[in-house]
Design a protein around this ligand. Sequence first.
Ligand SMILES: [Zn+2]
Length: 242
Amino acid sequence: MKLDILAFGVHPDDVELSCAGTLMIEKLNGKRVGIIDLTQGELGTRGTADTRKQEAIDSLKILGLDLRENLSMADGFFKNDEEHQLKIITAIRKHQPEVVLCNAPEDRHPDHGRSANLIEDAAFLAGLRRIETKLDGKVQEIWKPKYVFNYIQDRYLNPDFVVDITPVFEKKTEAIKAFKTQFFNPDLKEPQTYLSTPDFLDSVIYRSKMMGKMIGVKYAEGFISKKMIGIKTFDSLIKETT
Ligand SMILES: [Zn+2]
C-alpha cells in the first residue's frame, strides 16, 4: 500500500504517546497513514508481547489509520546494522511514504535514540539503487522519503515545528489508554513503573498543552527536522496571537 506518511516506533505505544495526534490530523486531511512498530516491547515490565499486540490493534481502531505492522526486532538488543537497516529499507520501499516519522534523537530510553539513527540511515539508503531488496520474490523499486522528522518523547527537546492536534486530542488519550497494561490502571496487579503512575499520563497532557501554548492552540505535538522545511504559502501557518 502506498502511504503518504509512515510513523516508526521502536515500542508499541511510542507513536501513540508522541505523534498520534498528527497522524489523525493527516488522515482527516485525506492522507494514507500507517504505523510500523520495530519490536513487540517484550522487555516491558508490565504486560506481555501478546497483550501489547492486542493493545496495538485496539489502539489502531481508535486512531482509524490505514495499517500497522510489526517488524519483530529484539526489544533492547536491535542494532543499527546492515541486517536491521535492510528490514527498514524493505518496509520503506514497500510503502513508499513521502514523510517518515521516527523516535526522538535522544531520550530516557536508550532504544529511542538508536531507533531514530536506524530509521534515518535506512531512509537514506532506501534511495540507493545498488542496494537490492526483495519482497515476495520481486526486486523492489528504490524509494527516498522526502522528509524524516523525529517526534519528541519523554525528555523535553526543542521542536523545529509544532502541529495543532486540538481537534483529535481526546482520541489521542483514548488510544494511549488502549495500552491497558502499560499506563495507569488501578485494576492491574503488576509492578508499578515510570509509565504506569497517574503522573505520567498527566505529563503527556501537560506536554501537549505546552506545545499548544507556543502556537496559540490548546494541544499540539512537536517535531525535529535535520532538513530545512519548505512551505508553499503562508496560508498553512496558524495565525494566533502568541
Ligand atoms: Zn519507547
